[in-house]
Design a protein around this ligand. Structure first.
Ligand code: FMN
Length: 359
């Protein structure tokens, strides 16, 4: 397999906030559409194919943000996060297909996520049980794929019933755009194996990711999808021309952030998420070093993606290649602050990855 032809690179839009140092409020970057646009434009210039627009209680609304950013960039695709039950499926199908027609077409991907916990689901009027939220997710992905690719869909599910709704326009990506899925539980693995095009992992030891990919391929094989399912890593990146500067930036990101650490520990203690719990576990690794260039120090100051790749350009590229070697074909990256770090990655690391002869 040739990496440069198949590597799918994404960056992240920080709609719940951005900073240059978690312990220094003067380094916070205020959220605004101008700020998100700066990040998206930097990501597009850096050579990323897509940006992930997240969703949760602390985020600006994902679809409206993504629509704005699609209009302010020219090719960048939007990977829009979606919770089960958040949008009525015929409306969702029209949103997907309409978005897909924007600016030349083919610029929408969907990232399925179950959400943090029962309390958040309850607050938003969604289903509290995680198992049921995943059941609803599965029903929705099946239904929305049908709505996008078939006519006169009749569907009687446990969560949704539709009777031949008209879905216009048709998506330009046929039969439907790619569905990503981010989650660490058995439910997530099973739905990805059956339905998603890319399963997203948060950072972990490369050999553990390799084992999970082997297991998930075996699972997908049961549904005739072993070749179809791809894997990508959602990681933070801290890259500088020389390694010492990269580590200095990494350390200053969490310096003096004791209050925030206490608040984050309380917040994530209530998360009902295998993926989040694993990031917490990794934050307890001695020295926060999973490998010489994989660092879990951010897990104490932010929920979710807490593992960062830290080093000089060659070291960062080599660490990413280790994930490629175990079966990943893409990365969804972020860095603090996001616009500046996208530019650095595009200049220092992207050329090395694109030049990789093969894996
Ligand atoms: C790559 C990735 C991206 C995620 N993005 C979001 C997000 O945008 N919003 C959110 O609330 N949760 C997000 N999550 C967290 C999932 O909602 C969380 O893992 C969920 O509780 C599923 O639980 P599980 O890990 O036990 O399957 C993401 C998880 C992963 C792995």
């Amino acid at each position: 397999m040739t990496v440069k032809n198949s590597l799918n690179m994404g960056w992240f839009i920080p709609t719940s906030g951005d900073t240059g140092a978690f312990g220094d409020p003067s380094k916070d970057v205020a959220s605004s559409f101008d700020q998100f646009e700066r990040v998206a434009v930097a990501a597009e210039r850096a050579g990323f194919e897509y940006v992930l627009v997240p969703t949760n209680q602390n985020c600006w609304e994902a679809w409206i943000t993504a629509t704005y950013l699609a209009a302010r960039t020219s090719k960048l695709k939007m990977l829009v996060a979606l919770k089960p039950g958040a949008i009525n499926p015929p409306t969702l199908a029209k949103m997907v297909s309409t978005f897909d027609q924007i600016s030349g077409g083919g610029r929408i991907y969907i990232n399925l996520i179950a959400g943090a916990n029962a309390a958040e689901a309850r607050a938003e009027g969604l289903i509290e049980s995680k198992e049921k939220r995943y059941q609803q997710m599965e029903e929705e992905i099946v239904l929305v794929k049908r709505l996008l690719s078939e006519e006169k869909v009749e569907f009687e599910g446990s969560y949704h019933q539709v009777h031949s709704p008209q879905i216009l326009p048709k998506p330009s990506q046929r039969p439907y755009p790619p569905f990503f899925l981010g989650g660490g539980s058995e439910f997530a693995a099973e739905i990805s194996a059956k339905h998603s095009s890319t399963h997203l992992f948060w950072g972990d030891y490369p050999d553990r990711i390799g084992t999970q990919i082997t297991e998930m391929r075996a699972r997908a094989e049961k549904y005739g999808r072993a070749e179809e399912l791809r894997f990508a890593m959602r990681l933070v990146v801290v890259c500088r021309e020389n390694e010492a500067d990269a580590w200095a930036h990494a350390e200053q990101l969490i310096e003096g952030a004791e209050d925030r650490k206490t608040r984050m520990a309380a917040l994530v203690a209530n998360y009902d998420s295998v993926a989040n719990n694993r990031q917490r576990e990794l934050s307890c690794v001695p020295g926060n070093k999973l490998t010489p260039h994989l660092w879990s120090g951010l897990s104490d100051v932010r929920p979710g993606t807490g593992v960062a790749v830290v080093g000089n350009p060659e070291q960062v590229a080599n660490q990413l290649r280790e994930f490629i070697d175990v079966g990943c074909s893409g990365f969804c990256l972020s860095g603090y602050p996001h616009a500046e770090e996208a530019e650095i990655f595009g200049r220092l690391v992207m050329p090395l990855l694109r030049a990789s002869p093969e894996v």
